[in-house]
Ligand binder design. Structure first.
Ligand SMILES: N[C@@H](CCC(=O)N[C@@H](CS)C(=O)NCC(=O)O)C(=O)O
Length: 120
């Protein structure tokens, strides 16, 4: 991938939100640099890239940060036009897409909260 498509993912190994983005990048065959964050001691870079929520994942495309895993997935699908589409373009599947996104969101929130409670 050319230098103008430098992709960096800031994550934490156990985060389902980060896994969601990693899966998408792998499915699409997009090379990326991965930076592991310590969420109990967040790096100044993470705080700079995601100053409002201070959470992972943060996806940086040529240095431009994008946050919120579902937004990142849409960005990857629509901007980095390579590999299979994550969301089918056919409008026949539109209601299925919305349902699928809601299920993914609910599952991710539940698993992340449960895991977080266990480790605190
Ligand atoms: N809605 C966000 C949720 C991201 C999220 O909650 N990430 C957790 C890890 S699973 C986090 O960074 N927590 C750090 C904190 O709450 O300080 C997304 O979909 O990206």
């Amino acid at each position: 991938m050319a230098e103008e498509n430098k992709v960096t993912l800031y994550g934490m190994w156990a985060s389902p939100y980060v896994k969601r983005v990693e899966l998408a990048l792998r499915l699409k065959g997009i090379p990326y640099e991965y930076v592991e964050e310590d969420l109990r001691n967040k790096s100044p870079l993470l705080l700079k890239l995601n100053p409002v929520h201070q959470k992972v994942p943060v996806f940086a495309h040529n240095g431009k940060p994008i946050v919120e895993s579902l937004v990142i997935l849409e960005y990857i699908d629509e901007t980095l036009e390579t590999g299979p589409r994550l969301v089918p373009e056919d409008p026949k599947f539109a209601s299925g897409q919305a349902l699928c996104k809601r299920c993914m969101r609910a599952w991710s929130q539940l698993s992340c909260q449960t895991q977080w409670r266990r480790t605190r």
